[in-house]
Structure formats: structure tokens, C-alpha cells
Design a binder for this molecule. Sequence first.
Ligand SMILES: Cc1cc2nc3c(=O)[nH]c(=O)nc-3n(C[C@H](O)[C@H](O)[C@H](O)COP(=O)(O)OP(=O)(O)OC[C@H]3O[C@@H](n4cnc5c(N)ncnc54)[C@H](O)[C@@H]3O)c2cc1C
Length: 394
Amino acid sequence: MRYRTYFRAVVTAPEYDVLIVGAGPAGSACALALAGSGLRVGLLDKACFPRDKVCGDAIPGPTLKALARLNPLYAEELRQLTRPHRTDVCISRLVSPQGQQMRVSWQAPAFNSPRLHFDEALLTLVRRHTAAEIRENSPVKKVVATATGVVVTLADGRVLSARLVIGCDGANSVVGRCLVPHPLNRQRHCAAVRAYYQGVTDAPETTSDFLFLRRYRAGYCWVFPVGSGLYNVGFGMLSEDIARGKVDLKLVLSELLNTHPDLATRFRHARQLGPVQGFGLPLGGSRRPLTGPRALLCGDAAALIDPLQGHGIDKAVISGILAAEHARRCCQAEDFSPASLRKYAVAVDQRFGSELRFRYGLMRWLARAPWVVEAAFRLSRWPWLQRRLVRAVG
Ligand SMILES: Cc1cc2nc3c(=O)[nH]c(=O)nc-3n(C[C@H](O)[C@H](O)[C@H](O)COP(=O)(O)OP(=O)(O)OC[C@H]3O[C@@H](n4cnc5c(N)ncnc54)[C@H](O)[C@@H]3O)c2cc1C
């Protein structure tokens, strides 16, 4: 029976023009950008929304900007939908390994919002504004390219077909594994853990804290307010260093909250809500291929996370929108050749490539030269120098 369905999917006309796997920021943005295209769009996710995603919950400013450029209504509605579960952040407080502090005020609007609510709000926009067929609770197990498209097999044996698949399925992408395989490089990969806390003292709702550590250089600890008196608290570092030092991230986070001079008193009466959870961050700036037979990759599946800050939601949204533009072009021209698909990779590289490569190099250099970090903190006391530094790394 299963083979008959599979065979039918291979020989008959594909049921979707574009199948987006993953309804996180990349997938939802991609579906929004395909609204009104006239294409038959499917949006699959293994989870049922609202669903949690291990993250720092800091929504970078370019995320809203990119959505507003698509349609000003999207940014406005997203602001409204996230209002009960959001805090607007205008200050970053950075603490150096030796305890020097730097406060940076931001003009551009940015906010923190738990991904449980933020991703649900994005998907609500897709439900409201697009004709995409949303299929939750649909884990993809296998993707195979054929002469006419792709055949996608779900974990329960259901089979779907499309002319093009867009892999927005995150750091452990099945689409990537099946159609655009690439080995994991620990030098270009981070791992991080986070937990939610309540009752943190001396932690204004408008300020995100970044703490750099003497012992763990390529990484940092964060305390981000996420509204309603909740804090997203985490620690992440380069996977290569984790493997080399056999670092237990959960243990380190717990030690930091108990002993770090900037944290111990503030967390004395804090209460942890839920477990400490971890996940991987594929860093940008690598030469990971972004296209394969009948396939494009976006967001974490395409390894686009900012190596310096660990932010990837903005890049996920922007790459999702770019993929939608190229999916339209390929479908209209009936051209799914490697050369045609590769134009998407070129567009992503033009948008982020040099920035991500520069920031990866800077991250590695700063990790090797902690005195530069301390010198930068000292220089930041002069406002005009701070502005320059922030422009370079902000
Ligand atoms: C600890 C941590 C902290 C972070 N902090 C920040 C931060 O503060 N700010 C920031 O900008 N970025 C942060 N990031 C990075 C950010 O989480 C990612 O860059 C972002 O989520 C990428 O979005 P995406 O849509 O590509 O993937 P995801 O958000 O991972 O979404 C992928 C979707 O695909 C679905 N999926 C996965 N596999 C399948 C399958 N087989 N079949 C069907 N569906 C599937 C998942 O259920 C999920 O909904 C952090 C990451 C980590 C791990």
C-alpha cells in the first residue's frame, strides 16, 4: 500500500508547486512571501503550534524590517500579536571577562519574545494572509528528488510531492541531509543551553545582558528579559571547544549563576521554570551549499547564524523571503536546473556572505586575543569610540 502511494507520487503531477518543510521563522516568512503568487504552496511542520524552540528569544531588529518591507501590515500585526508576550529592549549591557561593563543604547526597535509565542504569531500571519496549506504534526522522514520534482515521505508513511522543496527545517534539516548533504564542522558550529527564570533582581525589562568569560572564550552567557517578569538565561560556546574541553554546558550555566560576581546575588532568590534545554547553532560564513536537486535551504538549515552574537532569526526570515522570490522565478520559467537554483545561493551570499565571513573571523580572533576584548571595553568609555566599536560588531 505504502509503495503504491509512493509510486503514484512519483509518476503523477506533483500536488504542490512549492513544499516548505518547517514552519519556524524561515518557513513562515517564505510562505508569507509566496502569498498571491498563484502557486500551490504547502507548509509542513513536525510540531503542533504553539511549539517551543530552544533560543535566546532576542528578535533582531532586521526581522521586523524585512517583514514590513514585504507588507507593512505583517510587522504591525506581529507587534500586536506578540504584545502580551514581549518586552521592548533598548539597552545591551556587556560585561568583560575581567568585569568591566559597557552599556550600549539602541535606537532601532528590537524586542525579546519567547519563541513559543513569537513563532505562533508568525504562523498566524500565514494563516491569515496566505492560501498555503498548513500541515502540522507532519514530521518529514525522507526527501527524494525525481525528474519532475520531489517526493516527501512523512514519518507515518504519508507521501507528498512538489515541484520544489524549500528546507526551512532548522539545524538538523532532513531536507539538507537528503538533498544537500554537508558534514558537520565543529569549528563552525556552536551549542547552547537555556532555561527560564523568575525573580531575578536588578534586571530591568529593557536591558539584555551579555557576559563574556575568562575560561570559555568563544561564547557568552546571557540574561534576556522576555516580558511578564520572565528571563531567558543561557550559555553557549563553539562546539570545537566543547568537545576539546569536554564541557558540560548545563553544569557551567548552573555554576555561573551560583558563583559569577555579576550573577550570584541577582539569582539568589530566582526560581527556575522548566528544564535547562540545549540545541545546536550552525554558524554562518561557511561554504555550505544552499541548493540541491529541486531544493533550496533557508535559515539554520542553510547555516546562516551570526557567529559573533548567535542571532539567526533575522537571517532565517530574510533567506526565507529570498527563497520565495527564487521559487517563483523557477516555477514561472519551469527551470529547476542547478544553474537556475544556484541563483538563490548567489543572492544569499551577496546579502550576507561577506558580513558573516568577517564576523566569523572576528569571533575567532577575539577568542584568541582576550586582551583586545578588555582594551575594547576600556576604549568604549569614550562615546565616539563606543559608537565605532558598536558599528563594527553590533
Ligand atoms: C540556545 C540558542 C539561543 C539562540 N538565541 C537566539 C536569539 O536570541 N536570537 C536569534 O535571532 N537567534 C537565536 N538563536 C538562533 C535561532 O534560534 C535560529 O537561528 C532560528 O530559530 C532559525 O529559524 P529557522 O526557521 O531556520 O529554524 P527553526 O526555528 O529551528 O524552525 C525549524 C522548524 O522546522 C521544524 N522541523 C524540523 N525538522 C522537521 C522535520 N523533519 N519535519 C517537519 N518539520 C521539521 C521544527 O519543528 C521547526 O518548527 C539561538 C539558537 C539557540 C540554539
